[in-house]
Ligand binder design. Structure first.
Ligand SMILES: *Cc1c(COP(=O)(O)O)cnc(C)c1O
Length: 233
């Protein structure tokens, strides 16, 4: 049986709510980001008609094409992919949130290129909590320096942290990685960045661990939209 997008969205939303309940999180504490990369604009419309507002995209050109088609819809757009420095102008002009800031140079460009009329761009710093050499993200050691640099840029608003930990099958190990991110955000809040409260962590395989450790945004794609569409990546 093939479920429709509204049915799959409702199933994911109820998983999120069940995890909130199980881990004593306030209801509605976790925002579901529907990751719509490779999916057509009609699928985004179908999810929006079912009440979904936040959408995550990884590929800039693909995202811009869909934003143009959906310009009359009140959607909130999150950029969750790697950032190329020659693409920052379009990112700064078109997105509401960027989850993957990991370098000061990129932050500076986003700040300079953010149209003032749109207000400061909401920024999360991507942290490499697993310490893998190949993984994206600033190290925990370098995070305070990057946070200070970003917080000083009025075109940006430092809202929190994001991570994609190395896959782990065991929930306690998943939780340990997310706890590192949550603790880092608490330290930043205590050190003078009180708005650094958002934690973008958790995908379909590790959502429960992330919510248990304080995720405020989970990023789910395939479980809502079905398999990624080949050829559009
Ligand atoms: C693609 C992606 C997701 C969603 O992955 P699915 O397997 O489709 O649920 C979440 N976060 C990031 C950063 C992604 O690139």
């Amino acid at each position: 049986m093939t479920l429709s997008i509204p049915e799959k969205l409702a199933a994911v939303a109820s998983r999120v709510h069940a995890c909130e309940l199980r881990h004593a999180r306030p209801q509605g504490a976790v925002r579901l980001i529907a990751v719509s990369k490779t999916q057509p604009a009609e699928s985004i419309l179908a999810a929006h008609a079912a009440g979904q507002r936040d959408f995550g995209e990884n590929y800039l050109q693909e995202a811009l094409d869909k934003m143009q088609l959906l310009a009359d819809q009140p959607l909130t757009w999150h950029f969750i992919g790697p950032i190329q420095s020659n693409k920052t102008r379009e990112l700064a002009s078109n997105f509401d949130w960027v989850h993957t800031v990991e370098r000061e140079k990129i932050a500076r460009r986003l700040h300079e290129q953010r149209p003032p009329a749109r207000g400061p761009l909401n920024v999360l710093l991507q942290v490499n909590v697993s310490g893998e050499a190949s993984k994206a993200g600033v190290s925990l050691a370098e995070l305070p320096t990057l946070a200070a640099a970003v917080a000083a840029l009025p075109g940006l608003k430092l809202r929190g942290l994001m991570a994609i930990p190395a896959p782990e099958a065991d929930i306690d190990r998943q939780r340990a990685a997310f706890r590192l991110l949550a603790d880092a955000a608490k330290r930043l809040q205590a050190e003078g960045y009180p708005d650094c409260t958002e934690l973008s962590m958790g995908m379909s395989q590790d959502m429960e661990a992330a919510i248990a450790e304080g995720a405020t945004m989970v990023r789910i794609g395939t479980d809502i939209f079905g398999p990624r569409i080949k050829g559009s990546e």
